[in-house]
Each structure stands twice: as C-alpha cells, then as structure tokens.
Design a protein around this ligand. Structure first.
Ligand code: AKB
Length: 330
C-alpha cells in the first residue's frame, strides 16, 4: 500500500534498495534482471508507465506503475521504498523523438529533472542516467570520437541527451548528488527488443536470420556505427555504479565503446552461421541520423578511471545471439 507524499524524508535509505524507472524497455528489462541477481529480488523495484507486454517478464520482484512526468507519484514511490539507487531509463529514442519532438523534449528533460530533484529532496545516494552517442553531431570527428570534442547534435534526442548530461554535472556540483552516466552506443541483446532507435536494425537482423527470412535494412550498407552487446552494457553500467566515487572523474557522461560495424559487415558475420542469409538496403529518414553520429568511439577515460574493458566483438556477439535466438521458447 502506497504512503502519501510528504515534504521531508521519513526514514534512512535501505541498503541495496533500487528503483528502476523505464524497466520495461530494452535496457530496463535486462538491467532489472541483472540487479535482481545482484541484490535480493524484492529490493529491486521495477517501474514503468505500462505493465510488461509479456507475462513472466519482470516477475520475481515488485512492479509499480509510474509515469516519470508525474512528480507526486514519483515522490510517493521514493518515500515508500526509500531507494538507495535510482536508475532512470525512461526516454524516447532517436527516430521516435524526431516524429514527436515536443513530447520527446518533455519526457527526456522533465523526466530527468523530476528524478534529479526527487533524488536531492529524499537523499537518494546514487542516480544512474543513460546518455548516448547521439550527443555528437555532424561537426564531431567521426572516427575514434574523443570524450571531449565538438558536439553540436542535430537530433531532438541528441540535444536532450547533451542538455541532460550538463544537468547531471550541475546537480553533482551544486548538490553533491552522486549521479553517473554512460554514452551508450547501439545496444544489441536477444532478451528484449529496442524501440524507436536508429541502431535497432542490428537487433532486428538477427531475428530475421533465425526465422529464415531476408532482411531489408533501413541504413546503407557502409554505415558504420558504434555498437555493444548487452552483457557488456550491463557490466559497464554495474561497474560504473559500484566504482568508488573518487574514481568517477567525468560527471557529464562517459564515452563507452566495444565494436563498430556496418550493415554489410553484420550480414557477413551472420552468413558465417546462416550461409543463405540475404540483406537488401532501403535507407529511410534514419540514414541522416546515423550519418550525423560517430563511427567509432574513444573510451579511454572510462578504461582509465574505472577499468572499463569490453568482452564481445562482432563475431563473438553473432555466435551468442544466434545460439540464444535458436533456443526453444519455454
Ligand atoms: C538510438 O538508436 O536512438 C539509440 C542510441 C544510440 O542511443 N540506440
């Protein structure tokens, strides 16, 4: 039973209690499961604006309905569960944000500010918020994009992520809030589907290959983008959040790299195991977004500061993805 919100915190944070906002998304589903393995499942509260689409997802721990734009409800949940950590993942991704720019700005910015203000007000020990390679734009050096460089994003999503990074840094400096962030590349996993992103093709293509179908790609064959397999993304997120605070030197968001490939290369890697797999190309409006983003990322700051080291390259990821997607559904 939820308790009504009040202006002052009523009890100290419970060690290990975690709130995941946006738990039904591609990253949220997997991060919630990883956190529930790490902590007691009951201490990891999954929250999203809608319940999980499939029965069985997010079972084993509490689930709460939460629209992150509804500040009283957010405060109510924070008062009720007293989370020590909040992972705020709810956002509109790049392609969807271009279609509904005003709502994307509202959700991506007001949602973050609601979380940051609530974290300060109720003394949440740590906040995690994902940024993206979308903070970079067409003026940014495309190869081995540095941590600190020209940004100038030209998508609504990218503009919101860059502004969000600056807000995170501001809350850290002004309020001492321990907020940490990573600039994710495209994330690829077999347990959950992405929605509304420009890198989504790199997940869809495996599903088509396993179904024995051709794949029509919405990007051109030689479009290189930074990508990462989900186990590496989960490891990076948890390693960042568990690193000592004084090792976190970047309070905007860390560049994070693992691999970089084009649609032609991922198709060739799939053909190593599915020889008759075919890909065709029909670029759409997402091509312009991809063309404005880096092709590869320099993540040396993350490696130096908290020991980031990816495990998966394209071949290893393809082998693992195909093996898991071929498993019978239980
Ligand atoms: C998208 O394509 O919008 C996301 C991202 C790179 O942040 N996957």
């Amino acid at each position: 039973m939820a308790t009504p919100p009040s202006d002052t915190p009523t009890s100290p944070a419970q060690p290990g209690t975690v709130l995941v906002i946006g738990a039904c998304g591609q990253l949220g589903l997997e991060l919630t499961a990883a956190l529930r393995q790490r902590y007691a499942p009951q201490q990891v509260i999954a929250a999203d604006v809608r319940p999980p689409k499939q029965a069985g997802l997010l079972e084993g721990g509490p689930f709460e309905l939460l629209d992150v734009l509804d500040l009283p409800r957010l405060e109510q949940l924070v008062q009720q569960y007293r989370p020590q950590q909040v992972y705020h993942l709810a956002a509109l991704l790049s392609a969807t944000a271009e279609k509904d720019p005003m709502f994307a700005w509202k959700l991506n910015m007001d949602g973050l500010l609601n979380v940051l203000n609530t974290a300060v007000k109720y003394q949440v020990a740590q906040v995690y918020w994902p940024s993206s390679i979308a903070v970079f734009g067409p003026d940014t050096p495309r190869e081995n994009t540095p941590q600190l460089t020209v940004m100038n994003p030209n998508t609504v999503y990218g503009i919101s992520k860059l502004a969000g990074e600056q807000w995170c840094e501001w809350y850290h400096r002004k309020h001492g809030l321990d907020v940490r962030s990573l600039r994710y590349p495209g994330l690829i996993g077999y347990k959950s589907l992405p929605g509304g992103g420009t890198t989504d093709y790199a997940v869809d293509i495996y599903h088509k290959a396993v179904a024995g179908q051709d794949y029509q790609c919405f990007l051109e064959e030689d479009t290189y983008l930074p990508m990462m397999y989900m186990p590496d993304a989960l490891k990076a997120t948890l390693d960042l959040m568990h690193a000592p605070a004084d090792s976190i030197k970047v309070r905007t968001s860390y560049n994070l790299g693992a691999m970089s490939f084009s649609p032609k290369e991922i198709a060739a890697s799939i053909r190593q195991e599915v020889p008759d797999f075919h890909i065709t190309y029909a670029p759409d409006q997402r091509q312009a977004i991809a063309d404005s983003w880096p092709a590869s990322i320099d993540d040396s700051a993350a490696r130096q500061d908290w020991g980031w080291q990816p495990e998966y390259d394209l071949a290893k990821m393809t082998h693992d993805m195909l093996a898991h997607l071929r498993e019978p559904v239980t």
